[in-house]
Design a protein. Sequence first.
Length: 167
Amino acid sequence: MKRVETFVEEVLFASRWLLVPFYLGLAACIALLLVKFGKEFLHFVDIVFTGSSNDVVIGLLTLIDVVLLANLLIIIIFAGYENFVSKIDTGGHEDRPDWMGHVSFADLKMKLMGSIVAISGIELLKAFVNVDSFTTEQMAWKVGIHLTFVISGLLFAIGDWLTHKKH
């Protein structure tokens, strides 16, 4: 019976490698975001010379949004892979980010919530800059959704704080 148990445990432990295609897919998404960024950048260059100040601000915020999303994907890929699959051996590379290898699942959850709040905040700021394009109801929904993300982030932080306080 011990042999069966050992075999099952080895198979379960090896099954973590099934996550690798997910992380590779997310890495491919960063490449696609680069295409989106290039497209938005070319559009932004045109806006700088022909658009209004509000259009320039909205264009810049759109570029920042794409960058934040790409950063979020990097954090998820590195931290998720290291937490659930295997440690990433960078061979002591000088450019290895300091946070690599130190982001726990709870930290990843907080970074994810922080990024979502930041992205939501940028979307809300874009809406405020272009307020004439939205109805009062649409703006109320945008503010409500943003506040929901903020409150959720605070509740996650309080939950983690309480959990760490017990230990």
